[in-house]
Design a protein around this ligand. Structure first.
Ligand SMILES: Cc1ncc(COP(=O)(O)O)c(C=O)c1O
Length: 367
């Protein structure tokens, strides 16, 4: 189906920056600069500057960033790591694949980990916390870092959905041991294929990630230091991402503008909860514009029938999949969220007329 307002339009985004993308494509390919060349280094420098950390290490995915962070944090068999019950599964999978046990904690009304519930989940085996900055909003990092200090825990941020978001004017991904990033095509900074990165201020972690991503090998000395992985960010993707990074501040502004329009157009609908939490410590970037209503499924049908593409982040709690063997300690907010949330189109490709159409179509449902 061709939607009047698609959820995302990667081809249109390409057309917006075609000349710049084509230029770097020809440069990289014609020189044969395919693996670990200047473009990767350049992007890592620019990306770490954007986030506000000393180092960035380009990887193949957000998952790899989380997995390598768990190894760098020293997570091993028997260690417990606190993760939110409402997130993308990769957060918990990285813990499991490093040998640890994820211990889930419910989220709050803003979809991020409920910091008032972290301490009751801590046991003598707890080694780390992974706050996930979901939908473009940083977790309450003041509280998370305070708890981590008190119990001597490592913190790793899953910042895959919050590039450019801040808490107390500090950027997502710059508070803790590592920030973990995804450049999956549909992220705010998305490649033309998979990509990811770690940001960190710790030179030991930066070096470890740099070795682990390339089979554990130091490329200069040719010495192997670890049994590593093959999860390097492609040089070509790095070149594309570097182009897009230059546009990111404008794109974040545009997202905030669209969010403000949605807010203005939908605020009086009583049955609808909008993702504006009015706490001046947080500046959100709206990776997803998530609305909430008890009539979610009907609203989703209505929007789709009328040409507005919507998605659900996420329709079912990940811990409810029995094959994953995760402990469900009871997470009422996550359960309600999975029944009630709906993500409206939020991207830099849509124009004002399309935004108004989404508002009108939502309003026509509640009339
Ligand atoms: C919160 C969160 N964590 C982790 C990931 C994993 O990133 P990737 O798909 O690049 O492996 C994603 C991507 O969807 C995500 O949204």
């Amino acid at each position: 189906m061709v939607y009047r307002v698609p959820f995302i339009e990667p081809a249109k985004n390409y057309r917006m920056i075609k000349d710049e993308i084509d230029a770097v494509f020809f440069e990289v390919v014609s020189k044969g600069d395919l693996v670990m060349r200047g473009q990767l280094k350049q992007f890592e420098e620019n990306f770490s500057k954007f986030v506000g950390t000393k180092y960035a290490v380009g990887l193949n995915s957000g998952y790899d960033a989380l997995h390598i962070s768990m190894i760098a944090a020293g997570i091993k068999k028997g260690d417990e790591v606190i993760v939110p019950a409402h997130t993308f599964l990769a957060t918990a999978s990285a813990v499991v694949n490093a040998g640890g046990t994820p211990v889930l904690v419910d989220v709050g009304k803003d979809y991020d980990i409920d910091v008032t519930k972290i301490e009751e989940a801590i046991t003598p085996r707890t080694k780390a916390i992974i706050p996930v900055h979901l939908n473009g909003r940083v977790s309450d990092m003041g509280a998370v870092m305070g708890i981590a200090d008190k119990y001597n825990l490592v913190v790793v941020e899953d910042a895959c959905q919050s590039l450019g978001a801040t808490f107390n004017r500090k950027n997502a991904g710059s508070f803790s041991l590592t920030g973990c990033w995804s450049f999956y095509p549909f992220k705010m900074l998305g490649g033309y294929g998979d990509g990811g990165a770690i940001t960190t201020n710790d030179p030991r972690v930066a070096r470890m990630a740099t070795l682990l991503r390339y089979n554990g090998e130091d490329r200069e000395t040719k010495e192997y230091h670890y049994h590593g992985f093959s999860c390097l960010l492609d040089n070509l993707q790095a070149a594309f991402l570097d182009v897009k990074l230059r546009h990111l501040p404008d794109w974040i502004n545009r997202r905030r503008e669209i969010a403000a329009r949605y807010r203005e157009g939908l605020r009086d609908i009583e049955e609808l909860k909008l993702p504006h939490f009015d706490d001046p410590r947080f500046e959100d970037v709206y990776q997803n514009y998530v609305i909430r209503t008890s009539r979610r499924d009907e609203l989703a049908d209505h929007l789709k029938k009328n040409g507005v593409e919507v998605l659900i982040h996420y329709p079912k709690p990940y811990y409810s999949y029995r094959a994953l063997k995760l402990e469900d300690r009871g997470f009422p907010e996550t359960e309600a969220i999975c029944r009630e949330v709906l993500s409206l189109p939020m991207n830099v490709e849509i124009n004002d007329e399309q935004v108004e159409y989404v508002i009108k179509t939502v309003r026509s449902f509640f009339k």
